[in-house]
Design a protein around this ligand. Sequence first.
Ligand code: SF4
Ligand SMILES: [Zn+2]
Length: 340
Amino acid sequence: MSPESLARAVARERRPEAASPGDASRYVNAWVEDEALGDERVRAFVLILRTRGCYWADAKGCSMCGYARDTLGRSATPAELARQLEHALRRYRDEPYVKIYTSGSFLDDREVDPPSREAIVRAFSGRARRLLLETLPEFATGEALSPLREAFGGELEVALGLETTDPVVLGRYVHKNAPPSAYFDAAERLRRLGLRAKAYLLLKPPYLTEGEAIADVERSVREAAPKFDALSVNPVHIQGGTVVEWMFRRGRYRPPWLWSVVEVLRRGAVTRGSSRLVSFPTAGGLPRGPHNCGACDTTVLAAIEEASLAQRFDRLDALDCACRASWRASCRLEAAGVEA
Ligand code: SF4
Ligand SMILES: [Zn+2]
């Protein structure tokens, strides 16, 4: 099967049936996590709203993204979104950093209608100091964002899934719908509006070797740093209903090593300029997430998190385990075209 037809077949299979009103009144998930605002350690409230999800996931979707499974299969009504917000606010304890996700784009009217967007943002105004929302670049416009800037008294941060600055990797391997230049243009618009711009960078899209993946993130950090206030390295974890899962099941994909995360942070520390560089790996240490040998995963993950929060990357140099040599060897063997 060609990568193109595989992506479309996987997209068809993962789409959920249209949800009942009961399901649509419940957000997907909410939790609190450690974060930093500048040098200050804070708690962040993370909320995932249930919406129709990313329109691109219907058509083809990105090779590593299975978020379509958390969506409604139809648009949420304003009343349903209001109920999700109401439920979420019951758990909110005035954490100073709030992150709102939708398994798609918060700024796509088909996912969250403009009055609901304003209501959601306003609910945290005066309580949170920074509010992050995520979107595809085409929706990051002055028209969509200006009302939110008015509605929220604090700092707005908009996250874009740039993934890589290489157009071939982004189009052919990640399967994004727009080139890196669209993300750079959106970041410029955000900064002109006085908002913070954050980019996610993907570590190890399918079809790249471990070494190629490290080089891809290293270059992406260098090229994206001048345009974004924060860069977050997201190592691939295997989500259900994705091309990456299809390959993983057939033994054709291994999630990245945590050593690779360490390596891109060490290298990125030199080229990140004034951007924050962070990584908080999802499913770290698990077989379907970025992992090492099992013995050192907890220690290495803790060091990655601490380096990200403190913006101090020097302590990563001291990490070691016998498996670091295996990681180096597998990078060398892959580069030589030998199955590791
Ligand atoms: S990664 Fe983003 S753009 Fe790609 S399918 Fe998922 S939600 Fe849509
Ligand atoms: Zn180890």
